[in-house]
Design a protein around this ligand. Structure first.
Ligand code: URA
Length: 434
């Protein structure tokens, strides 16, 4: 078998066999296939797509690229949650502690910033001392003791996804339904989960711009889960404006803390509660979804979700005081205000532009080896529907290095649409699949 022939055939829209896909994944993970050939293959998949059979084969091989983590020693139903990627999307850091506080075991395996979207691991690593590179034994022990542990891909867990994920980020091959589905499901299924709640984002700040594509992605992932005997449920949710007000790693940790103290933005609180409720329901802590919603709400109001987050930060080597004393988090040194050019209503906030601007000043990566600046990002002062005066501050850009600030400020300015009348209201949760 020759890699170039497989690239050629995929480029021409042919279906590859299980063996051919295994050859590519094993070769790339083992170092025999170089980045430039894998990049070409990914671009071919981006344009030509994959059949369901190919996606299953790809997911299976990515799972097999590492060890399957045995969590049978962890009591309770194991439920994880994952988002397909958004801007200001920090729901994992809120829903997971709420579900864990309710008694669900949450083995959370997360990703890093990808394209214009943020990543849970990068957000967590903005907390001084926080370790996401737990060994499998540490991960299991923490789950038994605290009911929640955060980890990323490692040489042990779905290493193929780790390598392919960062290559996609640097080669403009992120927004592909089969690549997203196999990426998410391989790392999720490598950990011994019983059930999974997915948040499939749709809109300007999501990888899927159209609801029909988001639905197809959701159905593909639910189907992969079903084939592997796991209960998977997907919410399709709106990402036409950033979620909450904060975009950027440490800034988002601050907003997570506020939200877990019931002082967070309405949209972020609502979606996090719904995701937590679905985790609690699939985790069999509550018999009905209605009951699970009440449990999630209680865990928010009585502060037990907030305390669980602090407990887990300490367990993973981080300083738990950061959630009370934000000055202990990395802080930006410069700020730039973006003002409204006219009076009117905010009728659009192009989430992708905000995500790109934030990545440009250091919250994301240009190449797979770039480091993140945890302090930088954007804080919105308004949301869609709000009335503003001419000159009102729409958002602030926080930076530590002046280099790309002009360009980023222009992008952020272009992100806002101000209209004379109020825009139509949009639903946050659009559909449930599975
Ligand atoms: N999250 C992932 O884990 N993978 C993707 O490809 C997109 C979002």
């Amino acid at each position: 078998m020759r890699t170039v022939d497989l690239i050629h055939r995929k480029r021409d829209g042919e279906e590859l066999s299980v063996e051919e896909i295994a050859y590519l994944i094993d070769g790339y993970t083992g170092g025999g296939i170089p980045d430039y050939q894998m990049s070409a293959f990914l671009m071919a998949v981006f344009f030509a797509g994959m059949t369901d059979r190919e996606v299953s084969a790809l997911t299976d091989r990515m799972i097999q690229s590492g060890a399957s983590v045995d969590l049978s020693a962890v009591p309770g139903v194991k439920v994880d949650k994952h988002s397909t990627g958004g801007v200001g999307d920090k729901t994992s850091l809120i829903a997971a502690p709420l579900a864990a506080a309710a008694g669900v075991a949450v083995p959370m395996i997360s990703g890093r910033a990808l394209g214009h979207t943020g990543g849970t691991l990068d957000k967590l690593e903005s907390i001084p001392g926080f370790r996401t590179n737990l060994s499998v034994d540490e991960f299991r022990a923490q789950l038994i003791q605290h009911g929640l542990a955060f980890i990323g891909q490692s040489p042990e867990i779905a290493p193929a996804d780790g390598k392919v994920y960062s290559l996609r980020d640097a080669t403009a091959t992120v927004e592909s339904i089969p690549l997203i589905a196999s990426s998410i499901m391989s790392k999720k299924m490598a950990v011994g989960l019983d059930a999974l709640v997915l948040d499939v984002k749709v809109g300007s700040g999501a990888f899927m711009k159209k609801q029909v594509d988001a639905r197809r992605l959701a159905q593909m992932m639910v189907g992969i889960g079903r084939r592997l005997d796991k209960r998977v449920q997907a919410l399709i949710t709106d990402m036409n404006q950033p979620l909450g007000y904060a975009i950027g790693n440490a800034l988002e940790v601050m907003e997570v803390s506020q939200t877990l103290q019931n002082a967070g933005p309405a949209d972020l609180t609502r979606l996090s509660l719904e995701l937590a409720a679905r985790m609690i329901h699939l985790g069999k802590v509550a018999a009905t979804l209605e009951e699970a919603r009440e449990v999630a709400q209680t865990k928010l109001l009585d502060g037990s979700g907030y305390r669980k987050l602090k407990e887990v930060i300490a367990a993973q080597g981080g300083n738990p005081q950061v959630v009370d004393r934000f000055e202990l988090l990395p802080n930006a040194t410069g700020a730039r205000e973006i003002a409204s050019p006219r009076a009117g209503y905010v009728s659009g906030i192009e989430a992708e532009y905000i995500g790109l601007a934030s990545a440009m000043i250091g919250a994301g990566r240009d190449t797979k080896d770039d480091t993140i600046d945890p302090a930088v990002g954007v804080i919105l002062e308004v949301k869609i529907g709000q009335k503003v005066d001419a000159g009102a501050v729409l958002c602030r850009l926080y930076y530590t290095n002046e280099e790309h600030v002009e360009e980023a400020a222009q992008l952020v300015e272009d992100a806002f649409r101000i209209s004379s009348g109020p825009p139509e209201e949009r639903a946050l949760i659009l559909e449930v699949v599975g």
